[in-house]
Design a protein around this ligand. Sequence first.
Ligand code: GRF
Length: 204
Amino acid sequence: MISEDNPVTTLHLAIFASGRGSNAQAIIDYFRNHKSIQVRLIVSNKSHAGVLDIAHREAIPSYVIKDRASFEQGKKISKYLSGYKIDYIILAGFLWRIPENLIDRYKQNILNIHPALLPKYGGKGMYGQHVHQAVSAAGEVQSGMTIHLVSPQYDEGKIIFQKTVNINAHEDPKIIAQKVLGLEHRYYPTTIEKYILQHQKTSG
Ligand code: GRF
């Protein structure tokens, strides 16, 4: 257990991302000089993902998962995470389902961000522009972001934090994406910090 005033240990984050990694960058920036939380590893399933350039620039070790079948077994990635002493997994635009044994092992320690107000606009196939297109097509006048714990079902874990943003009915999905991304960068890092520090206190 750690406390904010007297950290006895550093907690290690692994960020899993499949794309450009703007959330990963925001998280790295936020924790750069943090006293008890450190981004220790970047994991991607795409060898050309922008997030890997960020890892390189930031001198953070990265790992590219090449084989989906082996990822789904969960053994190799689990070993890798142990090697880096990873305490929390942060999903930031990671498109593969997390293997059940990893969810079991990390239980309350895997967070995901979803670019809409769950439980609406979640589930299989609801990622990236698909989400914003659906929100626009439905004529919603509000969208937002959701940070939640990861369960074996897509987008169904306990919700930790949500923030809304006003949009126009049938707004261009690209504009919705921009507005939501602004919220993500602003609130994901601080929510991660708050959640982890609180979770450490209560989980002993
Ligand atoms: C974000 O909108 C995130 O909510 C979603 O995928 C997008 C990733 O963007 N799951 P980036 O790679 O962090 O820029």
